[in-house]
Design a protein around this ligand. Structure first.
Ligand code: PLP
Length: 367
């Protein structure tokens, strides 16, 4: 690939003089579990997010699972979420013994269609899990109002939106609990797996910590079923260094998206930013009836691209028995027409122009 989806090599070249000595120092310090960098990262990430508590864990998936457990989600409960997301948003609901209820998306933002949410609430509903898909904040104020009215917990899946903001709060800090992921492709990424849970609530924070460490409040005393879910010291070292760059990197992503918008506005449906929050473009996702032709042309030109997501969650085989009958037309149509283009803070202006010209040529010859 001459242009990758995300240029981790260029990012590493930029940061290696800072990262390598810090890693070596952590190796020599030998505090591999619960070390000083993990504690410092939790405090720095919580401060960045404007949240009172930050609890690091092993992945974004674990962050969601632990958040749902701390919110009391259990057998027989329903949790409303989006079908247009990564599987972990809903698989973690099933891991709690509960049932995900999928509501269709808004065709422009790809986020939950707020107008359809209230009709999906039943006496069994216990939580809403909005996903800020591709980095664009969900319009959370009406969701919060529904949560207050129906006594639901609001758990934000901010895996793709760390550093975005909405309503004066950073992404993840608006709801009762926010979850994020440091998987290597995310806006703030580790060199392996990692996750973070944030909350302002002291009681929830204590429960989240207990659940992430084997359900133990006092060592070797276990009062609930918990998990072994930790961020390791080396990932914390890397994340502390990269957290300092996150705002700059997100600003660059926004600038790249604006350039793509200018170059592609007449060619395809460019991403719609609703302007209600700061969209941090985890992905730059276009819509086109010529999606497959564009994908083919980019691949031939050595330019990476990806379909996020080819199969909506209600149509996944794992949900066939429970959700096989569900029809969500906007999500299904979006899955057929969407394509994510390379977006990386390291992308050069020449590369952006090259991607755009291949897309434009493909559409012209397909039309
Ligand atoms: C990446 C992602 C997750 C899962 O995070 P991991 O760290 O890979 O476990 C959950 N939800 C969404 C929306 C994601 O993009």
């Amino acid at each position: 690939m001459t242009i990758p989806m995300l240029d981790l090599k260029a990012e590493y070249a930029l940061l290696k003089d800072e990262i390598e000595p810090a890693i070596l120092a952590a190796l020599a310090a030998c505090q591999y579990i619960g070390g000083p960098n993990v504690k410092a990262f939790e405090a720095e990430a919580a401060a960045f997010a404007g949240s009172k508590h930050g609890i690091a864990c092993a992945s974004g998936t674990d962050a969601l699972l632990i958040a749902l457990r701390a919110a009391g989600i259990q057998c027989g409960d329903e949790v409303i979420t989006t079908p247009f997301t990564f599987v972990a948003t809903a698989s973690t609901v099933v891991m709690c013994g509960a049932t995900p209820v999928f509501v269709d998306i808004d065709p422009r933002t790809f986020n939950l269609d707020i107008a359809q949410l209230e009709a999906a609430i039943t006496p069994k509903t216990k939580a809403l899990v909005p996903v800020h898909i591709f980095g664009q904040p969900v319009d959370l104020a009406p969701l919060k109002a529904l949560c207050v009215k129906h006594n639901l917990k609001l758990i934000e899946d901010a895996a793709q939106s760390f550093g975005a903001n909405y309503g004066g709060r950073m992404s993840g800090a608006y709801g009762d609990i926010g979850c994020t992921s440091f998987y290597p492709s995310k806006n703030l990424s580790a060199f392996g797996d990692g996750g973070l849970i944030i909350t302002d609530d002291d009681t929830l924070a204590a429960e989240l910590r207990v659940l992430a460490s084997h359900g133990s409040r006092v060592r070797y005393h276990h009062h609930v079923l918990g998990y072994n879910s930790r961020l390791d010291e080396l990932q914390a070292v890397i994340l502390r260094i990269k957290l300092k760059r996150l705002n700059d990197f997100n600003t660059r992503r926004i600038a790249i998206a604006e350039t793509y918008n200018r170059l592609l506005g007449d060619v395809v449906e460019t991403p719609y930013a609703d302007g209600k929050g700061r969209h941090v473009y985890h992905q730059y996702t276009i819509l086109s009836d010529h999606r497959d032709a564009i994908q083919q042309a980019l691949t031939t030109a050595g330019i990476a691209c990806a379909v996020y997501y080819p199969v909506p969650l209600h149509q996944q085989e794992m949900f066939a028995a429970t959700h096989g009958h569900v029809r969500l037309p906007v999500t299904e149509r979006t899955a057929q027409r969407c394509l994510s283009l390379p977006i990386s803070p390291m992308l050069t202006d020449a590369q952006i122009a090259e991607v755009a010209s291949v897309v434009a040529r493909a559409v012209r010859s397909a039309a």
